[in-house]
Design a protein around this ligand. Structure first.
Ligand code: AMP
Length: 249
């Protein structure tokens, strides 16, 4: 079984984003960028399926700037077999990403496509769902457990207040939730080996997809600053304060 994994280069999750002075977006100048954490989980899951003998080949795909090569090399160092970079400097919206991934899926004929449930930069949580719709494939989103067999995959999904288990006919789209697995770190020898793994560079035009933005960002603002807290001297004082705020009776 061939597995396609989508990996996005995003602002590192440890970095506190700064909004540009003109409010047009987040300042990415000199900011550490990394693989979207949910996509690391997607790569890890694909590798585990390969280690179990279910998957035979893992192809990592990223749509983004030339520097997204680094993200793909990380996926290769973790254990993906080859990579495809669809290079563009545009900020690509989920629908365009889904259209490109759908075209790649038609070419590559994978049995499963694993994506993150959301990219932590724009929090869209849309690409996997759109991709499944475009391909007409079943989808198992927010996966916390994935068990693949020959012609189907059983996905346990994290839903409000519990878990839902669905069985999907392959080929299928799966999106990862946080508790699916703990991604491995790439070892130094594997980082070296990844340098010689195949990485093809394409453009959105190669897939006939127009990546022009359909949405206009009106304004980006920093979250409201939290007001400083106060220290109370006793439980009685705390209760009085809470009463004053209408929180306690
Ligand atoms: P989103 O719908 O933007 O929250 O992204 C959901 C998932 O789609 C991500 O976790 C990635 O797996 C995939 N994805 C989104 N944008 C890209 C991109 N530019 N390149 C590769 N994968 C992407």
């Amino acid at each position: 079984m061939k597995i396609l994994v989508a990996v996005k280069r995003v602002i590192d999750f440890n970095v506190k984003p700064r909004v540009k002075l003109d409010g047009s977006g987040v300042d990415l100048a000199n900011v550490k960028m990394s693989m979207n954490p949910f996509d690391e989980i997607a790569v890890e899951e694909a590798i585990r399926l390969k280690e179990k003998g279910v998957a035979t080949e893992i192809v990592a795909v990223s749509i983004g700037p030339a520097k997204a090569q680094e993200t793909l090399r990380t996926a290769l160092a973790m254990g993906a077999d080859r990579a495809i970079l669809v290079q563009t400097d545009e900020e690509v919206e989920p629908l365009a990403v889904a259209k490109i991934l759908a075209k790649i899926a038609q070419e590559e004929q994978p049995q499963m496509i694993i994506l993150g449930k959301q990219a932590i930069d724009d929090d869209n949580n849309a690409t996997g769902q759109m991709l499944a719709a475009l391909l007409g494939w079943p989808q198992g989103t927010f996966a916390s457990k994935v068990e693949a067999a020959n012609d189907n995959v059983t996905v346990t999904r994290e839903v409000d207040g519990g878990l839902e288990t669905v069985k999907l006919q392959l080929p299928a789209v799966v999106t990862t939730d946080l508790r699916l697995n703990e991604p491995r770190y790439a070892s130094l020898p594997n980082i070296m080996k990844a340098k010689s793994k195949p990485l093809a560079t394409k453009s959105p035009g190669d897939y006939g997809v127009d990546v022009a933005r359909r949405l206009e960002t009106i304004k980006v603002v920093e979250p409201a600053k939290r007001q400083a807290g106060i220290k109370v001297g006793s439980v009685d004082e705390l209760v009085e304060k809470l009463k004053g705020m209408g929180i306690a009776k």
